[in-house]
Each structure stands twice: as C-alpha cells, then as structure tokens.
Design a protein around this ligand. Structure first.
Ligand SMILES: Cc1ncc(COP(=O)(O)O)c(C=O)c1O
Length: 428
C-alpha cells in the first residue's frame, strides 16, 4: 500500500517559488510561435563555436594539460587561472588601475555571475534585512532577494542611473526611523543595465561609492556592482567602474561575467570581493560545489591569453550595434506617432526600455500582452517585473525589448507587430 505522506518545501524553496523568470520561461514555451523581443539571450549566430572547439582541442591535445583541466579546481578557482582573470579585469579598468595589485585571494571564479549574486546575498542578508535597488532593476536578482528573505526598497533611477541624492535621502529616512541597521546592500547594474539599457553616469559613480561608505557607521553597507554588460559597449564614453572609486577598497563587490562577452553556456563569472566576504562566500560555495567548472575556466583563460576574446568582443560590438540601431529605427518608424510612447537609447547592452501611456498596462494579465502574444504574435517582458512586487507605486506600462536574438529584419518585424498591438488596445 502506498503511503500518502506530505512534503512541505523548506521556507527558502517556498520563497523562491513563483518568480518572474519562471513565468517568463513558461510564457516563452506557450507562445513559441511568437517573434521574441522578450528573450534576454545572446545572439546564437555570434556564439564562438569554432573558437571553443579549437581551444578545447588544444587543452585536451596535451595529456598533462587535459588531465589538469578535467580535474577538480579549487573552490575559488585555481590560482594561475585567477591571475589570468585579474589581468583581464586590469585591462578593463584601464592603465594604472589598482586592480593589478589586488591579491588573488580577493578573486572568486563562479558559475556565471548569477552564482556570485546568489552567494553574496546569502552571505550578507539575514531575513528582514534591507537591500536598496535601482528602479527598475534586474528581475532575476529580485528573486534572489526574495529567496534570502530580504526586504527590497527601490531607489529613484533616471537616464543617468541610480540617483545618489535619492539614495542618500532613503538612507537618511531609514536612519531617522531607526532602521539603518537593517540596510546591508545597494545593488546596481552599472553598465547598459538589464532591463533599461541605462549606465550609471561618470559623475554618479564616485557618489554612489561614497554614499555606502558614508552610511556605514555602525556596520558595513556593501554595494554590489553587477557589470554583466560592460563589454557590450557600442558608443559613448568608456566609464570607469564604481569599484574603482571604492577608495577604502572594501565596500564594493564587483561582479563580471563571460556570458555576454563570450558564451553563457561556459558559465564563467568572476567576482572581486571585499576582504571580509572572501571566507563566508568561499564557505557557502564550498558547500554548494567546491569549485565551478574547471574545464570552462581553462577555456576562457586561454582565449583571454591569446587575445581572441578581445577579437570576439570587437565582433560582438559591431554586430549588436547594428541590431540596436535596427530596433531604434523601428521604434521611430512604428511608435513615434503613437501618443505618449517614449523609449531610451542605450549605448550598449541588449535592451531598449519603452514606456507607454499609463492607460496601457503591459503585465502578463493585460489586454496588451494577450493581444501581442495571441493575435500579433510578438512577445516582450512586462516592465513591472523589474520592480519589487510589493511596491504599490510601481509603473505598470513599460516594456523591456531585447535586440539580442532576432536579426535586424526580425527586430523590425517584431516592432511592427508590437506597435500594431499597442494601437489595437489603445483604440479598442
Ligand atoms: C544584469 C545581469 N546580471 C547577471 C546576470 C547573470 O548572468 P550569468 O550568470 O550568465 O553571468 C544576467 C543575465 O542575464 C544579467 O542580466
């Protein structure tokens, strides 16, 4: 006889359920016949298949190298590999950067950057602690924050990124009501962000770093700088990282990934950690996997050393610049005569952020989403997913539009269909 026993998921699993990413993937499956302006994937045609094949063959072509690469690494990643990644970070930071002097013990190689976001959050938050985030922000990270039981407070963000004045004001308010002790982290996607394509301006970067230093009075407030889209830069000034302004060198966690600049499938990310986070994050990672994929790390390290990663990024920049321009041209062509529609022009990344009039909500249960997916056959990411779900004032009429996956003709057609859907619901 089968016993009918109950299983109740543990609280962390319960808090992780019903996240936006799950809905979105489900929507993608259910609407497979749609043109997708929703998927945040990189362009499959640009993935470095041949380069990974030849690099892996080179590594495995030598028995000793092959055996080393197929063995376990270490929890933080083998030291000689971290040295290669530090050279790369130094190159990104620019000549004279103190990155070249950062002890290798501060570097952590992770499974994509998502793992660093998750482990850092587990190391930093107790249930009920507070995280301040840009509004809008990377919605998958909102799920991570839910998972660790953090309270998320959005901070006013404009075309120059998170507003330092608003951040200061919010910290002052929390201090006034005796809640500053709960604030543990500020999270910022600093370059061409997901979802809005916004970069924090040069002027604001030191201000954000100073802000977390200033308000770290009785305890440390960290700033997590998620630089996932740093290399996908198409025009405009090359900006220094927020990390580079962390003069005390111990507030900013810098998170980089090779998912956007190379391949998400290799799952290689690298973080630079403040001293006191090394042990807790290593301990958590040790429990989870005691080291990310050593073979992938070897492959990425080889393409960094050979200069081929650099060539690959140049190619990506050219290719995505054309697609970004195609999306902006299509926005002009199809949306400029629809009243009250605006959009941002990103200097990099994979996304255009569009705002519709308040009268046209964009959520999964909105008439527009239904019209777009069921009739006009196009999908987008509803903007409201990119704000804390409990935030009542969150805007409901925005969309994240990705130019990552489709080619220029597909992007134009997707935008044409989307404009048709918007017109239909606004007149219907
Ligand atoms: C802003 C941002 N951060 C982090 C990630 C995580 O990517 P990965 O784990 O592949 O590095 C993504 C993925 O899309 C992202 O958009």
């Amino acid at each position: 006889m089968t016993k009918n026993l109950n299983y109740t998921p543990a609280s962390m699993a319960q808090r992780a359920s019903e996240q936006a990413i799950g809905f979105l993937i489900q929507q993608g499956i259910e609407n497979a016949d749609c043109l997708s302006l929703a998927a945040g994937f990189v362009d499959p045609l640009t993935l470095p298949v041949e380069l990974v094949r030849t690099t892996a063959a080179d590594i495995l072509g030598n028995a000793a190298n092959g055996q080393a690469a197929l063995q376990y690494g270490t929890t933080q990643g083998a030291e000689h590999l971290r040295a290669v990644f530090r050279d790369y970070l130094t190159e990104l930071e620019g000549p004279g950067s103190r990155m070249s002097q950062v002890p290798l013990s501060r570097l952590m190689l992770t499974t994509g950057s998502q793992q660093l976001l998750a482990l850092a959050s587990q190391a930093i938050f107790n249930e009920g602690d507070i995280c301040l985030v840009a509004a809008p922000t990377y919605f998958v990270y909102l799920g991570v924050l839910d998972g660790v039981g953090a309270e998320v407070i959005p901070v006013k963000t404009d075309g120059d990124g998170m507003c330092p004045d608003a951040l200061n004001k919010e910290l002052q308010r929390l201090s006034d009501v005796g809640q500053l002790h709960r604030v543990k982290l500020v999270y910022v996607v600093s370059y061409h962000d997901n979802p809005a394509g916004i970069s924090v301006s040069h002027e604001r970067r030191p201000m954000l770093a100073e802000c977390v230093q200033k308000w770290s009075t009785d305890h440390k407030i960290f700033l997590l700088e998620d630089a996932a889209y740093r290399e996908l830069h198409y025009d405009g000034p090359i900006l220094p990282s927020i990390w580079s302004f962390d003069n005390e060198d111990d507030h900013v966690i810098l998170s980089q990934t090779f998912s956007k600049s190379f391949s998400p499938g290799v799952r290689v990310g690298v973080g630079v950690l403040p001293q006191e986070l090394i042990k807790p994050i290593s301990d958590l990672k040790g429990n989870e996997d005691f080291g990310s994929t050593h073979l992938s790390q070897n492959i990425v390290a080889e393409v960094l050393k050979s200069g081929k990663h650099h060539q690959h990024v140049n190619m990506l920049q050219k290719s995505y610049r054309i697609k970004r321009d195609a999306m902006l041209a299509a926005a002009d062509e199809f949306f400029s005569d629809i009243n009250g529609v605006t959009w941002l022009k990103p200097n990099g990344g994979l996304y255009v952020w569009m705002t519709l009039p308040d009268s046209i909500p964009t959520g999964f249960d909105s008439p527009l989403f239904k019209q777009a997916t069921e009739v006009d056959k196009v999908m987008y990411v509803p903007g409201e997913l990119c704000y804390p779900s409990g935030w009542m004032q969150r805007p409901r009429s925005q969309m994240r539009l990705s130019f990552g996956v489709l080619d220029a003709a597909g992007i134009r057609e997707g935008m044409r269909r989307l404009a048709t859907a918007v017109r239909t619901v606004s007149t219907g």
